[in-house]
Design a protein around this ligand. Structure first.
Ligand code: SF4
Length: 63
């Protein structure tokens, strides 16, 4: 199980960082980013919730 952010699709809605702040943050331009080690928490329920909450499906769950 892994997770990534499709930064080319991200519109900076911040829902990922609000929903799973232990996994996602935003860069200076508001683009969603994984925090260090964030991918290891891909199975957390909050990550699934963040993927659902992202308005442009930019959070991709793998595996
Ligand atoms: S919720 Fe989606 S659009 Fe918003 S910052 Fe996160 S990845 Fe980007």
């Amino acid at each position: 199980m892994g997770v990534s952010v499709a930064t080319d699709r991200c519109i900076g809605a911040a829902l990922c960082a609000m929903t799973a702040p232990e996994v996602f943050t935003q860069d200076d331009d508001g683009v969603g980013q994984l925090l260090p080690g964030g991918s290891e928490r891909a199975g957390d329920p909050s990550v699934k919730e963040a993927a659902r909450a992202c308005p442009v499906q930019a959070i991709i769950l793998h595996g």
